[in-house]
Design a protein around this ligand. Structure first.
Ligand code: T1G
Length: 694
């Protein structure tokens, strides 16, 4: 906190906040602000105050790491600083450069005037952490900008820019050029005009038809906030800002904040916040590792995956060339990309000019000669080792030295693929998730010989492509699909034993998953799993599967793409409809294997599916395939529709208690197909030591 400072320029005190990286309002910075305000108040020569951060950050808000620890309540608290501002008579001007977020914006709101640089971002993002603005934001914001706008800002948690802030009345002035000079100028004008403190708490939040407005807001929000506790609480706080005197509203806000900060959902969402930032850390690859320049990319294969991957590069402004052996495949691929961009434009999220410029970055070719000078080439061809071999041998022959050669394989051995080239150190796995232009997850598969700078370059590229890049070692299925397989095995076994697809999907979807296993496979295509199982039957005959999924596939029921799978689909509809044909097939299969069906409880479905994920995750962690448990959580959040308010399979297992998870697994081992349950050594070790995954 060395560079934070207090000085007096003319008759204006200047409080500089400098607590890298984001001016988080940790205890030390709070003390600096509190003491500086006291100095400014007691110095008769000081007529006004300017509070300013860095060009990047006014303040990123409360220090999230302090939550649920005594530090967050250590005096002076943010509330005490805000009370001092409320009590000051000398005008205090917040000079916002960069972002003012959460408690940072609440601090600025408690100042009497606000000026901002043109690029400043203003937000109350607490809802994304499962909490609400607990520093008076729910009471002040609706008093200084229109209530509906204030509510929308807090429910979305998204930033508004300075210009919009000025238009709404959140800031008084946008300062071009030197922000401090502009703020000092503004403060001196206040003094010259004899303007003193102007407190938002003294204003009122006006709203016509408040009752209907909040009823409508609650009804709308309830539809989308299932499982997330904060949105409805935010609505209640804003309603209090309209209906109650300021101090009563503040008390109400404090109570609701204290409730939320202790919910498991908020702890889960805060876990996810840090987990996302942790994924970039690779213990044996220094953060300052020199990376290779990625100016041009090439994709081999213009199918669903290849086309989606190409869009990522175009979206990031990187020229990309798509290669296919046949022109009609290129034409089809390009047409699909244009269709996707047009659909996004129709939703108002892209302009025609942006579509044109992105399409302009995507070239096509039939010749490997046209990709030789790409800095990275990603292979996205058919998932067959012979096909991959031919492509990698070709790439090895044509690509310039130093080019990164990546494979998008989801199930094949990246070490084996790297060995098809004479440059295994330049080979890496980049496992995108379909649809590749939408899903945020990118599994970066580090092969045995992948060079450290290739890994660092690929991780940096992932960030540029706006992906969450998670490092995986080489194993069958890497992190996500390997865990998914055990989860699906249990779901299938429970069909053998008495459950139906709609019951299993229903339980898991009600719990919070975006979709259950059968709905998911009908979407992705049942033939994908069928292909993997057929390979498994040959390579790993000891792994037992229920045969029901094969029976479904033998009927050609691959899911939505064939109009039926585990469910039936009306023409043009994607809504899964339970199908008596499938139920009969399951009943016949049970008779065939001599099983008398039993009622399976929702609790057993949840435990067997979710503990299968956590247990396989523990294997993966113990084998060093994943670097940390929170990386596994991020894989499931960003690639498999795991609910953020559950924190990921490993965080959730921790919250259940690893001893309980292990005890349940021991019980399942005694049940149907119990051999499928191999308790991970790490799970047993952590349980014995009373520790957790995260
Ligand atoms: N608390 C603690 N650490 C934080 C932090 C915060 N608020 N914000 C960022 N960090 C860490 C982050 O973990 C990373 O650490 C480093 O700073 C750089 O972050 C009372 C209660 C500000 C837009 O929700 O959105 O105020 O990995 O990589 O891309 O009502 O960080 O280096 O160890 O993200 O430049 C409300 C959360 C808090 C803002 C900067 N505030 N932060 O993005 O850097 S609750 C937020 C962000 C609150 C009040 C309530 C972003 C950023 P490490 P980064 P960036």
């Amino acid at each position: 906190m060395s560079a934070s400072s207090y000085s007096v320029q003319g008759d204006v005190a200047v409080i500089v906040m400098d607590n890298p990286p984001v001016n988080g309002l940790g205890h030390a910075l709070r003390t600096h602000i509190y003491d500086s305000l006291a100095k400014a108040s007691s110095d008769a020569a000081v007529k006004a105050v300017v509070m300013i951060g860095s060009a990047k950050a006014f303040s990123g808000g409360a220090d999230i790491r302090e939550f649920n620890t005594p530090k967050s309540a250590a005096k002076p608290t943010l509330h005490e600083i805000i009370a001092v501002l409320d009590g000051m008579h000398k005008p205090v001007v917040a000079a916002i450069g960069g972002f003012a977020l959460g408690g940072g914006l609440e601090l600025a709101l408690a100042c009497h005037y606000r000026v901002a640089s043109p690029k400043a971002n203003l937000a109350l993002p607490e809802v994304k952490l499962g909490i609400l603005p607990g520093g008076g934001g729910t009471q002040r914001l609706p008093r200084v900008i229109p209530v509906a706008e204030a509510l929308q800002m807090m429910l979305s948690g998204n930033p508004i820019a300075s210009e919009k802030g000025k238009a709404l009345g959140l800031i008084e002035e946008v300062v071009e050029g030197d922000l401090l000079a502009g703020a000092l100028d503004y403060a001196n004008k206040l003094v010259a005009q004899g303007k003193g403190a102007r407190r938002i708490r003294a204003m009122t939040a006006k709203l016509e038809g408040a009752t209907q407005f909040f009823e409508r807001a609650r009804a709308e929000t309830a539809k989308t906030s299932r499982g997330f506790p904060a949105p409805l609480e935010i609505i209640a706080c804003v309603e209090a800002a309209v209906a109650k005197p300021f101090d009563e509203g503040l008390k109400f806000e404090r109570a609701r904040f204290e409730h939320l900060i202790n919910t498991i959902e908020s702890k889960a969402m805060r876990h996810m916040f840090f987990a996302e930032r942790q994924t970039a850390r690779i213990p044996d690859v220094p953060e300052d590792t020199r990376t290779r320049e990625i100016r041009k990319a090439a994709i081999i294969g213009a199918g669903t995956m290849g086309g989606g991957i190409a869009m990522n590069f175009a979206n990031a402004g990187i020229p990309v060339t798509l290669l296919e052996p046949k022109q009609e495949a290129l034409d089809r691929g390009l047409a699909t990309i244009l269709k996707n961009y047009t659909a996004t434009m129709k939703k108002g999220r892209l302009t025609q000019a942006e579509v044109d410029s992105r399409m302009g970055l995507i070239k096509t070719t039939l010749s490997y000669d046209d990709v030789r000078d790409a800095d990275i080439v990603i292979e996205a061809v058919f998932e067959d080792i012979a096909v991959k071999k031919a492509v990698f041998e070709k790439l090895d022959a044509v690509m310039k030295p130093g080019a990164i050669i990546a494979t998008n394989t989801s199930t094949l051995d990246v070490n084996q693929i790297a060995a098809f080239t004479k440059r295994p150190q330049d080979v890496i796995g980049t496992h995108f998730f379909s649809p590749a232009n939408v899903m945020r997850l990118l599994e970066v598969v580090r092969a045995a010989k992948t060079a450290k700078d290739v890994l660092a370059t690929t991780m940096k590229l992932g960030k540029k492509l706006r992906k969450v890049s998670v490092v995986s070692g080489v194993c069958d299925g890497f992190i996500g699909n390997r865990m998914l397989e055990q989860y699906v095995r249990q779901a299938l076994f429970m069909l053998d034993e008495g459950a139906l697809p709609q019951q299993i999907d229903g339980v898991l979807q009600k719990w919070g998953l975006a979709m259950g296993p059968f709905t998911m496979y009908d979407l992705a295509g049942n033939d994908i799993g069928w292909y993997v199982r057929k390979r498994r039957y040959v390579e790993s005959p000891h792994i037992v599967y229920s045969k029901i999924a094969d029976r479904i596939c033998e009927l050609g029921r691959f899911g939505q793409k064939t109009g039926s799978g585990w469910y039936r689909y009306e023409a043009g509809s994607r809504t899964p409809v339970p199908d008596p044909v499938v139920e009969k097939l399951i009943e016949d299969y049970r008779k065939e294997i001599g099983i008398t069906p039993r009622k399976i409880s929702d609790e057993e479905i949840l435990q067997r599916c979710l503990y299968a994920l956590a247990n396989e995750g523990a294997h993966i962690l113990g084998e060093g395939i994943a670097l940390r448990a929170s990386d596994i959580d991020m894989v499931y959040l960003t690639g498999y529709g795991f609910p953020a308010y559950r924190g990921g399979p490993m965080f959730w297992a921790d919250s259940v208690g690893l001893a309980n998870v292990l005890a349940a697994i021991e019980r399942f081992r005694k049940g149907y197909q119990g051999a499928a349950w191999e308790p991970a050594p790490l799970l047993a070790k952590l349980t014995a030591e009373g520790k957790t995954f995260n």
